[in-house]
Design a protein around this ligand. Structure first.
Ligand SMILES: NC(=O)c1ccc[n+]([C@@H]2O[C@H](COP(=O)([O-])OP(=O)(O)OC[C@H]3O[C@@H](n4cnc5c(N)ncnc54)[C@H](O)[C@@H]3O)[C@@H](O)[C@H]2O)c1
Length: 267
C-alpha cells in the first residue's frame, strides 16, 4: 500500500517548481492533494495532471498572507476531503536587492510570504490537523520549506534571509510545544540549496545587473562553484524529503532541520 494512502495533504505554492514536485510525490505516495496557490490557473493545471495520472487532487486559490483566505481553504478542505493530515508550507519568494535598494514594501513582502504566511497556515490549520489526528492511527505532519538562507547570510537577500531565519525558529518553537502538549502533530523543516525552478532566475539576473558576471551562464557557473556536488538540485530531490517527513518513517523526528543543499553549508 502506498505510504500516505488515506491521508490528505495541503501544499502551498503547489503550482510552482518545488511545490508541484511535492504535490506529484505526495500523490504518488497515495495522498489526496490540495494544490493551493496564488496562481489558481496553474494550480488547476497541476491538480488536473495528478488526477489524469490516477491520483486524487483539488486546486484552490490561496494567498497565504491573507488569514481569511486560509480559513476558507481549510474549511473547504475539511468539507471536501473529510480531514487534513499534512500541511506543507512551501510558498515563498524573494526580492533580490541590496539593503539600500530594498524598500519597506519589499521588506514586508518577503517577511509576509516567507514567515507570516506559514504562521497563518499553522494557526488556521491546527484545529483541523488535531481533529484529524485524534481519530487516526497516524500522527499529523507540518513541513515548512525554509532555505539555506536561514542558515547562512545570503548577500543581496536580507529580507528573504530574515523571513526564512524566522521560519526556522518558528518551526522549532511550535514543534516542541505541540510535542509536549501531546497534539500528535510533528513539525519539521527543510533547507534547500539552489534548486532548478523559476525562483532562481532573478538570482542569476541580479549578478548580471550588478556587473559581477557577463552572461547568465557564467553567473550560474559561479554560483554552482560553491556547491560541492557540482550541480543544481532538482525539485523532486526536495519532494522526496517532504515525503519522508510526512510519513511514518520519520516518526521520531520533531523540530528537525533537514538540509538538502548538495553540500553547500557543509563546506
Ligand atoms: N528554488 C530554490 O533554489 C529554492 C532554494 C531554497 C528555498 N526555496 C524555497 O522553496 C519554496 C518554493 O520555491 P520554488 O523554487 O518552487 O519557487 P517558484 O517561484 O517556482 O514557486 C513559488 C510558488 O509560490 C506561489 N506563491 C507566491 N506567493 C504566494 C502567496 N502569497 N500565496 C500563495 N502562493 C504564493 C507562486 O505562485 C508559485 O507558484 C519557496 O519557499 C522558496 O523560498 C527555493
Amino acid at each position: 500500500m502506498p505510504s500516505l494512502q488515506g491521508r490528505t495533504a495541503l501544499v502551498t505554492g503547489g503550482a510552482g517548481g518545488i511545490g508541484s514536485a511535492i504535490c506529484r510525490r505526495l500523490s504518488l505516495d497515495g495522498a489526496l492533494v490540495v494544490v493551493a496557490d496564488l496562481d489558481r490557473e496553474q494550480a488547476d493545471r497541476v491538480a488536473r495532471g495528478l488526477v489524469s495520472d490516477g491520483g486524487r487532487a483539488i486546486a484552490v486559490g490561496l494567498d497565504i498572507t491573507d488569514q481569511d483566505q486560509w480559513r476558507a481553504v481549510i474549511s473547504q478542505t475539511m468539507e471536501t476531503a473529510g480531514g487534513l493530515n499534512i500541511l506543507v508550507n512551501n510558498a515563498g519568494g524573494a526580492r533580490i536587492k541590496p539593503l539600500e535598494a530594498l524598500s519597506v514594501d519589499d521588506w514586508k513582502h518577503d517577511i509576509d510570504v516567507n514567515l507570516n504566511g506559514a504562521f497563518f497556515g499553522v494557526k488556521e490549520a491546527l484545529e483541523a490537523l488535531r481533529q484529524t489526528a485524534s481519530r487516526s492511527p497516524t500522527v499529523g505532519a507540518i513541513i515548512n520549506i525554509a532555505s539555506v538562507s536561514a542558515l547562512k547570510g545570503s548577500a543581496g537577500m536580507p529580507a528573504y534571509s530574515a523571513g526564512k531565519g524566522g521560519l526556522r525558529l518558528f518551526t522549532k518553537a511550535i514543534a516542541v510545544d505541540f510535542a509536549r502538549r501531546g497534539y500528535r502533530i510533528r513539525v519539521n523543516s527543510i533547507y534547500p540549496g539552489l534548486i532548478d525552478t523559476p525562483l532562481t532566475k532573478p538570482l542569476f539576473e541580479s549578478r548580471l545587473k550588478s556587473g559581477s558576471d557577463e552572461s547568465l551562464e557564467s553567473a550560474r557557473a559561479k554560483i554552482l562553484e560553491q556547491y560541492p556536488i557540482g550541480r543544481i538540485g532538482r525539485p523532486d530531490e526536495i519532494a522526496s524529503v517532504v515525503s519522508f517527513l510526512a510519513g511514518d518513517d520519520s516518526s521520531y523526528m520533531v523540530g528537525a532541520e533537514l538540509v538538502v543543499d548538495g553540500g553547500l553549508t557543509a563546506a
